[in-house]
Write a protein that binds this ligand. Sequence first.
Ligand code: FAD
Ligand code: NAP
Length: 342
Amino acid sequence: MRLLRDYPLDEFNTLRLPARAHYYVHATSERQVAQASDWARDTGTPLLLLGGGSNLVLAGDFPGAVLHLDLQGVQVEPRGGQQRLRVAAGENWPRLVEHCLEQGWHGLENLSLIPGSAGAAPVQNIGAYGVELAQRVRCVHGWHRDLSKFQTLSGADCRFGYRDSIFKGVLRDRFIITAVELELERRFRPVLDYPALGEALAEVSEPSARQVADAVIALRRERLPDPAQLPNAGSFFKNPVLAEADYRRLCEREQTDAIPRFPVSGGVVKVPAAWLLERAGWKGVRRGAAGTHTRQALVLVNHGGATGAEVLALAQEIRADIRRRFGIELELEPRVYGRDRR
Ligand code: FAD
Ligand code: NAP
């Protein structure tokens, strides 16, 4: 295990925020993962588990060690009509989806172009256009930091929820995912329930997997800034979930019945955070080098030279405004690390 000191993280977060880590370890094997974890425990060093850095905010320098999970490799095993894949944590997610499309292994089309690593995908149970990773996960392999041993968790053990899992709950920072096992199909069954996707393919009678993936990619490119061009961390806030009565009150307050709502279980509804932000005038707003995207207010962007503190100050201003205006508490989706330098 090679320990590097005072390491810059600017290239390792898609918001391109300036920050340094006291230590940095580049892990390419399970052995290095176990060693780094035990070293951190023995020395009392906080550990930041890093994949592609597309779902985190660096408020400032990280006073511990960054463990960059860069294990590579995909093992495949055909099983009847299915294809099992064991994907190492450091594999790039969008490249994996493309590889599966080329091989004729189906089920990930709607999750095309989501940035990041395969190892981080179960953490937030990545989802888009009506599909969630959980539908394809057989199990997750990793290093349990408290038990100091490798373990395999079944899909059920992972307690997947809406953009949520056990890795954000009791196993937060405790379980280092080293590989994910997926179960894909040889037969293609398109999932086109998501209105925008259904509309994009309305003219195609039996869309192929490639066509569905291309439609998803086109929709994403139309609406979302490419982090390589305009640094961002995707959606900054989760969609709030409201009781039916609160939703009604919101409609009365806003004097409209047109607030989009999507049913969740047990009489509660999901309201798009993007709708609230747009309604409150937060689209394309700028505070110094930090701002909200002109096409999707939910995405906070770094126009160049913003610090984590600036981005977080904008997020707090938005949260306060949404609370005041709608009585709704927005929750941050990306995780915040490091010390605010102010
Ligand atoms: P990182 O940002 O490196 O880490 C995220 C979290 O996971 C951190 O808390 C980290 O400690 C932890 N972690 C990382 N790797 C491991 C590991 N191996 N073991 C344990 N913990 C780990 N998300 C969606 O769900 N749907 C979308 O459609 C979507 N679109 C996006 C679009 C853009 C433009 C961007 C920038 C982001 C988008 N995201 C989306 C968010 C992000 O891409 C996903 O959450 C992705 O899975 C993060 O992967 P990462 O490797 O970059 O994780
Ligand atoms: P959109 O199509 O404008 O829809 C806005 C919101 O409405 C989304 O958040 C979506 O919830 C919800 N929604 C729309 N149709 C729905 C349906 N039929 N059933 C349930 N919920 C529905 O969204 P967008 O911003 O362009 O994003 C498109 C997709 O990419 C979404 O699935 C979104 O989650 C995903 N995405 C995620 C991130 C991220 O960082 N997490 C970033 C970009 C895009 P859901 O979010 O639950 O789908």
